[in-house]
Design a protein around this ligand. Sequence first.
Ligand SMILES: [Zn+2]
Length: 258
Amino acid sequence: MFPASQRYDRQIRFPGLGEEGQARLGQAKVVQVGCGGLGSTLAQCMVRAGVGRLTIIDSDAADITNLHRQFLFDEEDAEKKAPKALAAAKLLKKADSDAKVSGIVAEFSAVNAGDFLPGNDLVLDGTDNMETRYIINDWCVKHDIPWIYGGVLGATGMIMVVLPGKGPCIRCLYPDAELIGKNAPSAEHAGIINTLPAFIASLQATEAIKLLINSPDLIQDLRIADLWSGDYQRISVNRDPQCPCCGKRRFRFLESAS
Ligand SMILES: [Zn+2]
């Protein structure tokens, strides 16, 4: 058993966080949808930073093709086809035996979103597809819960913080759901370098920490990074009054649940 004052000493010393920030993190409840490349780093950062509770939802089993970029899993997990949500929770408990981290083996959907998301302060996107992100976006905008988008492919990734009622949502950015959905390229087809998910998830986790401690330094725009070329972009995204989700409050991606 290690006292929190020791465990978090180095981040408490960081002026942006401090003791007050650490105390707020300790009260925070976070749910993470997906535990692959992004999710491995998200979960590590959330638990090790000291969030009060982390729930990890993932339906996949670990596979040898994951290991180059999904840093929570090992060969034994891949051989056993261990459910990622459970393997992640087990490993994180080793890092912090006091951590309240739970893994749920389930395929996140419009039907079960209402079972898993309520009661959380923040939803983290560790998914690999836009369909799931639209469900998260609809649910979070409808229920006024912030979420943090992260996307990765090849060597390029992006993040955006979605603050319902205050800033743009993901459908202000990508209004045409049909174009983005099922035909979008995946890591299986387009490949991915192993530094990218860790990098993008680190940006997401940093924004998560800032958001959870009410930091005024939260970023408000879309950030895109190409790690191969080393190019970084900031793109401002405006809230669209005609947005079908946050503008017109039509939550079509939740409709299958009703
Ligand atoms: Zn919107």
